[in-house]
Design a protein around this ligand. Sequence first.
Ligand code: HAM
Length: 477
Amino acid sequence: MPKKITKKIVKKTIKKQSVKKPIKKTIKKVSTKKQKGYFNLRGMKDILPRAGSTFLDVFHASESVAKFYGFSYVESPIMEQANLFIRSIGKGTDVVDKEMYVFEDKDKTKVCLRPEATASLVRMYINNGLQTVSQPVKMWYWGSMFRHDRPQKGRYRQFHQFGCESFGVDSPVVDAELIVVAYNVLKDLAINSIVKINSIGSLEDRENYLVELVGYFRSKRSYLSEESKKKINKNPLRILDSKHEQDKEVIAEAPQILDWLSESSKKSFIKVLEYLDEANIPYVLTPTLVRGLDYYTDTVFEFFEDEENLQEKKQNKEENNSKEEKTSIALGGGGRYNKLVSELGGLETPAAGFALGVERIVNIIEKTKARELRNEEESKDKINVVFLAQLGEQASKKALALVEKLRENNFELYHNLAKTSLKAQLEIANKIRVKHTLILGQKEVQDGTIIVRDMDSGIQEIIDQNKVINHLKKILK
Ligand code: HAM
């Protein structure tokens, strides 16, 4: 039987509705608040704690290898005159045509965020009289680069590069040494890499080759992808590294630059390969490798993760049914650029260099075996490390001073002043597998002592606070 609508029911309904109203309002408020938050710009990543420590590992490996091979650290500004890059990298390249962050400064200068650092280092070399000092001038750098590319895995709008540039010597051994440096940085980070290498000859070699290449592509125009068709007149070399399946057959039949090299370019390239053989660097001759920047002459190269690793990854991807990019991406690239210094106003000076993409390396270390190996290392007992646990306000005050004393004495120390229970702190100490924990409680503060606990046996010793440093030095020997 349906209820009879009485005054009472109507009143109740009204009451319910009036209670609901403010709730609706609150929900609205929350969602407006969310929209007002700040987010990082597309393609500009935060480097979070875990990746941050890997990022520093990459920095230290780069620093150590670069120093060993005699490169000096330099820094150039993040912002430069836009024309420096337009002139060096060249109109018609993706970087200049699509990806540069160009804007007008307050004084109307056309500036840009650097998309790479080679042009900056050439400018630095010319501006600071480095041509007049003893050659070669070998410099390494590390820093943020900016390219307004379509963000995806391994491709960001702000990213870091580690790079080395060597000025003043035109010898195949310089090219080989640069490749060895990059290879060894990756190797030190437990990344097996392989170098794809080619020679694009001198400017004259390339001019002759381009006539042939453009003729060939024009004759095959109808078979090419729309993107490649547009490049025939604008930047025909770039068709050679097109990723379009449709272009593959045409590219495979295309004339190869190696057949157009002058005798001297050919000789020098063979020497580079011989040096790499000597140094046991795995490489693949890749006649279609042309690089995306215009300033190169002769040797060009790119680094990739080695096939075995990739094979393993591809299998994993298939297992995971992942939609991640199937093709591998370059970990770094470089080459010789013998005309760039004079092009930018300096004396004719041979030069060569490379840059590695730091985020791509960090991603690999985080995700692959290299990372697992490092984790294994990390999970071993930390013998030379101590954990400091404290109980109560007095103890945490005292602990702060002790932390400083331990730091001064070069101890590696973990502590968590935010945790107050001994159990929680010992759990952390166990998790990070330290061998010894120092325990500072209320009683110890009063007595001027500290407990030293052996984490394996659980045996605890009470030590005078003034003697704890020496005691630790003895037991941690
Ligand atoms: P590049 O090939 O344009 O060369 O960049 C070098 C490396 O930087 C790439 O192989 C890649 O690992 C990384 N990279 C480039 N773009 C991005 C991006 N959008 N997101 C993440 N990583 C990226 C140069 O920049 C030349 N200056 C190298 C050089 C030095 N040549 C001679 N000396």
